[in-house]
Design a protein around this ligand. Sequence first.
Ligand SMILES: Nc1ncnc2c1ncn2[C@@H]1O[C@H](COP(=O)(O)OP(=O)(O)OP(=O)(O)O)[C@@H](O)[C@H]1O
Ligand SMILES: O=C(O)c1ccc[n+]([C@@H]2O[C@H](COP(=O)([O-])O)[C@@H](O)[C@H]2O)c1
Length: 201
Amino acid sequence: MTAAKKQRIGVMGGTFDPIHHGHLVAASEVASLFHLDEVVFVPTGQPWQKDDRSVSPAEDRYLMTVIATASNPQFSVSRSDIDRGGKTYTIDTLRDLRAEHPTADLFFITGADALAQIFSWRDAEELFSLAHFIGVTRPGHTLSDPGFPEGGVSLVEVPALAISSTGCRQRVAKGDPVWYLVPDGVVRYIDKRALYRDTAG
Ligand SMILES: Nc1ncnc2c1ncn2[C@@H]1O[C@H](COP(=O)(O)OP(=O)(O)OP(=O)(O)O)[C@@H](O)[C@H]1O
Ligand SMILES: O=C(O)c1ccc[n+]([C@@H]2O[C@H](COP(=O)([O-])O)[C@@H](O)[C@H]2O)c1
């Protein structure tokens, strides 16, 4: 009897305020490069390192993430960080996913900017025992290894999309279009819910 193939699950964590094509292209490219079976998008509940600005309600960010990923059968969205309550720590995200998928290999995807901050995250050293980390290139940010544990992190190049959620929010506030920066359904959701109209950034 042959052993069952181990599932390879990508985890794309983010505030997704709003989700944009930079997130989606990064997840898709990593799924292909690392032969992942699926990618789970995990919108943050309370992103504690963004306490200095107002973040849209979790349900809006969750629904935009569902809308944006619906067309890709490899993509799904987890409510884990939102439903846990309190501040969001990736150590909890990964423990929850590990409990849900005890035998799978987990791959946590981060942009170069987020990866550069990883040693400021809660229980940073333990993170690398729960998942393999994949840092992806992002325009305007340097992707480098400041001393990650051996074998704990892969650095990969993905198609460069100079899109940020901050830029999208600022465009909506100014009345500029965000068509083609975010999926069509997300444009319609932002409009219907009147998100970002008076945002400061
Ligand atoms: N254009 C992009 N290319 C590659 N990775 C990205 C890109 N935009 C965001 N990411 C990565 O996606 C993850 C979630 O990002 P997040 O939801 O904070 O979006 P953001 O555009 O950085 O938001 P904000 O501008 O509000 O800080 C992070 O790991 C981030 O580095
Ligand atoms: O665990 C932490 O302390 C921690 C601190 C900052 C960010 N993160 C995670 O990094 C991912 C991207 O976060 P952000 O704030 O750039 O949207 C998301 O999954 C966050 O939960 C995690």
